[in-house]
Design a protein around this ligand. Structure first.
Ligand code: T46
Length: 145
């Protein structure tokens, strides 16, 4: 999988006779400070959520229970990722369009976010997103040369 500003990482798990435990520390297990935590659950069949990008926010999406699919898309690439394990975190950085779908009835999607809830950080119109994202990623490419 390659999508700009997206990465699927493994989280370390401590498993023994008594069960399993995963710890997530900011700036160690994930590459940002955690200012907000929320979780999405009880999502009905055929419901699709998201349909936006963030200008600055960084997030880690972890499916704690059940399964969910995530579409991540930029003007240059896209992928659909199936999250089925609490041991995987999908890191989504700025300027990535996302949609969450095919939630299993028992799915619980935990999200760790780098900032508070800031409505102005959302881009919900895909045309506006595509324009801003092209400018953003073209600048990134210029910097990396
Ligand atoms: C994202 C994906 C993965 C709040 O009041 N505070 C919050 O921190 C959040 C995240 C949402 N809300 C309110 C805003 C809406 O009235 O909760 C309602 C549902 O939020 P939304 O429609 O944005 O939910 P999703 O599932 O489309 O998107 C959410 C996050 O908003 C978004 O940042 O990346 O999950």
């Amino acid at each position: 999988m390659y999508v700009e500003n997206v990465q699927l990482i493994d989280l370390s798990m401590h498993s023994d006779f008594y069960g399993s435990l995963i710890a997530i520390e900011e700036l160690q297990d994930i590459p940002f400070n955690i200012k907000r935590v929320y979780y999405i659950f009880d999502v009905g069949k055929d419901i699709r959520r998201g349909f936006h990008s963030h200008r600055n926010l960084q997030q880690a999406l972890i499916c704690l229970h059940g399964s969910v699919k995530i579409l991540v898309k930029t003007p240059y690439s896209k992928d659909n990722i199936l999250l089925t394990s609490p041991q995987k975190a999908l890191l989504i950085g700025p300027m990535v369009w996302r949609e969450m779908y095919d939630f299993s009835p028992d799915a619980v999607l935990l999200v760790l976010a780098s900032d508070h809830f800031i409505p102005d950080d959302y881009i919900c119109d895909y045309t506006v997103y595509a324009q801003e994202a092209k400018a953003y990623f073209d600048t990134q490419k210029d910097i990396s040369i």
